[in-house]
Design a protein around this ligand. Structure first.
Ligand code: GDP
Ligand code: IMO
Ligand code: MG
Length: 432
């Protein structure tokens, strides 16, 4: 099964990092193909917690090769910091095992400033972006004026391009947002200091990935964000600016269409969202605290990248079926099953209601205007009190927990292959 894809089925933070860490043990290449350091993927190995923003989560395995695809937007300062963090933790980081596409886009401090200024100017309609400059960098890409990683290889011309970029961005910041702008020469010097360090890692990555696939080696592609944050299929305009679905793998890695072994949909046992936008099953009462936690545990629902408390709600199977359809998901990996322990009843959204009509499937793409018209229709499942944390065999799960999993399978028509019961690498139950 050479090409494997791991995608989030919700609004991000489903636990993709931990899933990729687990599955990449068998992989040769681990690749990211979209987004940038808006992502925060957590891998927990015994006591050690890695928070990865740009480097694929499989890279922690010593035999994995890491690839950052052309579909990504890369901030050199964040990437260098992440490389240093990994080195300090004993992970080998070298141009022999980490490859950055020469066609990825670069994020600059001006993109970050513009991101903040633009979102603030939206007032009540704010998206609540991560402030990492993602939107402005993808805008520059689409406008065909973006800076690309490959340009770092020619420093004279790169310096000139940075000068142009910061001059134009300063003009925009001043005219549209009354911002004083950046000190161009100082920013260029600082930016180039980090960018130069990436030079040995930059190359064309398509052939590398293709030749691995031709040899039958497994390439594991890790999506950032989640299906409902996809630029086209998500809750537009409350989305990110890239393709977060499985389809993005081919363009995001510079690959031709080829067979895919499996598409693993990572699904949290309940629903979360950071930032603004529709959330039909959102909770605000005591159950919200039970699902979110208070911030005292590392796995509580507070953003990995921004620290913001995540909005929480009951599992939404209408949206999960939608995610399965758009991604071609072949199996589900359910995370955070341990968090549901102690709830007497667990409502699960099985349909939507709008006026007198009930819908099992969405009539329109899951954009904000579409989702806002619905109220959820719930089916209440029985909860369980047992702590699942130490369980490693599916048959050890209490009957209501197994019923919860079976209900998801019956409602969605795809098998649940694995379930995690804690953040740690080994806290996983395989369901045969
Ligand atoms: P990602 O962006 O999809 O990789 O997910 P994040 O890393 O942003 O958020 C997932 C959070 O849940 C992290 O803190 C993980 O350590 C934690 N986590 C993942 N799986 C489980 C699980 O099964 N149980 C618990 N309690 N925490 C988990
Ligand atoms: P991972 O990969 C959760 C959200 C932001 C905001 C919207 C747009 O860790 O699952 P952006 O900065 O991308 O322009 O913000 O998307 N968002 C995420 N939410 N997990 C993420 O990544 C996210 N990346 C972006 O909160 O609502
Ligand atoms: Mg995350």
């Amino acid at each position: 099964m050479p090409l494997e894809i791991v995608v989030g089925t919700q609004w991000g933070d489903e636990g993709k990092g931990r899933v990729v860490d687990l599955l990449s043990e068998q992989a040769y290449i681990s690749a990211r193909y979209n987004g940038g350091d808006n992502a925060g993927h957590t891998v927990t190995i015994v006591e050690k917690i890695f928070k990865l923003h740009l480097i694929p989560s499989g890279f922690i395995h010593p035999k994995n090769i890491g690839v950052l695809g052309n579909g990504m937007v890369i901030n050199p300062a964040t990437l260098v910091e992440e490389m240093e963090m990994l080195k300090a933790a004993g992970v080998a980081v070298s141009p022999e095992r980490l490859f950055i596409s020469d066609a990825a886009q670069l994020i600059t401090p001006a993109h970050r400033l513009l991101d903040g200024a633009q979102d603030a100017a939206l007032g009540k309609s704010q998206i609540g972006t991560t402030g990492r400059g993602i939107g402005p960098a993808y805008v520059d890409k689409a406008a065909r004026r973006g800076l690309r990683t490959g340009e770092i290889l020619d420093l004279d011309s790169f310096k000139h391009r940075l000068e142009e970029h910061f001059t134009v961005m300063n003009h925009t910041l001043r005219v549209l947002y009354d911002h004083p702008g950046l000190d161009v020469q100082k920013t260029i010097t600082e930016y180039m200091e980090k960018a130069i360090l990436l030079q040995p890692y930059i190359r064309r990555i398509g052939p590398l990935v293709k030749s691995a696939l031709d040899k039958g080696q497994t390439v594991l592609s890790e999506a950032a964000q989640g299906t409902l944050l996809d630029l086209e299929q998500g809750s537009y305009p409350f989305v990110t600016s890239s393709c977060t679905t499985a389809a993005g793998v081919f363009s995001g890695l510079g690959l031709g269409i080829c067979p895919v072994g499996r598409v693993v949909g990572v699904t949290k046992s309940f629903q979360t969202r950071v930032g603004a936008g529709p959330f039909p099953t959102e909770l605000f009462d005591g159950d919200a605290i039970a699902l979110r936690g208070t911030g005292s545990n590392p796995w509580d629902e507070f953003g990995t990248t921004t620290g913001r408390p995540r909005r929480v709600g009951w599992l939404d199977l209408v949206l999960l079926r939608y995610a399965i359809e758009i991604n071609g998901i072949t199996e589900l990996f359910i995370t955070k099953m341990d968090i549901l322990s102690g709830l007497k009843e667990i409502p699960v959204c099985v349909a939507y209601r709008s006026g007198a009509k009930t819908f099992a499937e969405l009539e329109r793409t899951a954009d904000a205007a579409s989702l806002e018209q619905y109220t959820p229709v719930y089916q209440n499942l029985t909860g369980w009190s047992e702590n699942l944390r130490e369980m490693r065999m599916y048959q050890d799960f209490p009957v209501p927990a197994r019923d919860y999993i079976r209900f998801i399978e019956d409602q969605c028509g795809v098998p649940v292959r694995m379930i995690s019961v804690g953040p740690e690498r080994m806290a996983v139950v395989e369901k045969r």
